[in-house]
Design a protein. Structure first.
Length: 258
């Protein structure tokens, strides 16, 4: 079997059946063909607009959810939507970096010179000050529940310009539900006070799963039919129980507090 041919590749007999039944050009859930626009539920769209509004006000927030519920995709989508003339964005997937490595990565991504003996945190404070003409900085950390405590506090120290009493950066944290418990620790009270809102990602309901499946089938060049008819009645649930994201802000039905 040619593993480089998406149509020839198979994740099992179900995938082969889907390709044949819907006459797809590509495996519909493969990442080997481009998508013009990412699928988005109504809740996704509503909450992305809330997130953009928070950033426009200089606020920071957290995004919490179980693995596979779409946190990373939502984070990427948010940063892609921000106007590059207004914002400079930094996305850091945490992969074991220590505090100094994280700060250096931020410096690299905003093209800040790190030569010399001045501590990186001081360089970043100066570079992000609102007295500069640079775009507003948004730093997003994926897998933030793994961040060292020191890194968490240093990152949030970047959010305020004490000389002008204005916000100079926003921090967006995305992580597993344990992130909520970490933020509730007394030692993190200062960080918690700077998080304006918490969003939670959850699996899609049945109708949304069906809408997502139809979107991917169409994007793969497939013939769209009624997924609930005949042998494909359970298609949305057989396809690896694909999950996207629902997002709820603090005070809604999940009752996440700050």
């Amino acid at each position: 079997m040619n593993s480089q041919n998406p149509k020839a590749a198979s994740n099992g007999t179900n995938t082969v059946g889907i390709l044949e039944h819907f006459r797809c050009r590509y495996a519909p859930f493969s990442d080997t063909f481009p998508l013009k626009d990412a699928w988005m539920s109504k809740v996704d769209g509503d909450n992305l607009r809330r997130m953009e509004a928070l950033l426009s006000q200089g606020k920071s927030f957290a995004l919490v959810g179980e693995p596979g519920t779409g946190k990373s995709m939502l984070l990427k989508r948010l940063l892609e939507r921000l106007d590059a003339k207004t914002y400079r964005t930094v996305l850091i997937p945490w992969a074991g970096q220590k505090t100094g490595q994280i700060l250096r990565e931020i410096c690299d991504k905003i093209r800040l010179d790190v030569a010399g003996r001045t501590p990186l945190i001081q360089r970043l404070h100066k570079a992000m000050a609102r007295s500069n003409d640079a775009p507003y900085t948004v730093v997003a950390i994926d897998e933030a529940h793994n961040l060292p405590r020191e890194a968490l506090h240093e990152l949030f120290s970047l959010t305020a310009d004490h000389q002008s009493a204005t916000a100079c950066a926003s921090i967006v944290l995305a992580g597993h539900p344990v992130l909520t418990k970490i933020l509730e620790l007394d030692i993190n009270a200062a960080v918690r006070s700077r998080i304006a809102m918490r969003f939670r990602t959850t699996p899609l309901d049945e109708e949304e799963v069906e809408s997502f499946v139809q979107y991917r089938l169409k994007a793969a060049g497939g013939r769209i039919g009624n997924l609930r008819q005949g042998s494909v009645h359970d298609t949305p649930h057989r396809l690896q129980r694909k999950q996207k994201s629902h997002h709820e802000h603090r005070g809604q039905r999940h009752g996440l507090g700050v």
